[in-house]
Design a protein around this ligand. Sequence first.
Ligand SMILES: [Zn+2]
Length: 66
Amino acid sequence: MALINCSECGKEISNRADKCPNCGNPINNIHGEGEGCFMQTLNVGCVITAVIIGIIILVFFFALVS
Ligand SMILES: [Zn+2]
């Protein structure tokens, strides 16, 4: 979790918050790391997760074939 500054009031808030708890300004960032990761194609952690999932699928596929 990271802290960002609210664009309205400048208060430090969690980037996982939907809106600023201080002034209610909605936070228009992408939801936290790991969640909705297939939408974040540039997220390195997500790419690694996708590769691992792909390898697991391939292993299962070849296990079924053989
Ligand atoms: Zn605010």
